[in-house]
Ligand binder design. Sequence first.
Ligand SMILES: [Zn+2]
Length: 208
Amino acid sequence: LRSRALRASILKPFLQSQGLNVLPNLILTHGDADHVGGFEVVANYFAPKQIVTSVVPFRSPFYRKAMEAAPRRSIPVVQLAAGERVSDWTVLYPTAEDNLPQADDKALVLATTLKGTRVLLLGDLGPLGQKALVERRAGCSCRHRGESIPSQGEPLTEPLLEKIHPREIIVVDATYPVSARVRPPLRERLARRGVPVFFHERSGGDHD
Ligand SMILES: [Zn+2]
């Protein structure tokens, strides 16, 4: 918790220097602790105007705590399904029917265009979620894709990569939990695609 507060204390002046004092939207992609565990700290520091989350429920106690805290803080919660929009981002996945058992398989997937570059944000999307996305989406040529590592199964499976043909890949790596580390076979497999792959390391210690 200390490191989390510390990180927020570094992040806040940086975002303020970029002209961002209030977060219009705080997006909770899914219920895993390493994605919603910092909710209180972020809510304290950045006073989000709205919480955006998916239409499917998550059992994680961290997620439930965040959902209970939002009305106490008078922050509205908006639940979005595929096809709906938040700010400049469109939700691609999931729908209310994608209520899979693993939290990673129903992580919110968002797409936008930033200065002419199509960006797809996959979060921790697990293999079953990726499969659903492949089956439904028409081919979309994405320059950047950001993905962190699901706790079970491979991120960025080959059928998904074949479908979206990314021209750059950004992988969020974590030193903790161990399940979120990028494994060497993934690095090798992505390297074989011949497109730039960036590993953005997210340090651990915030899962207490
Ligand atoms: Zn996750």
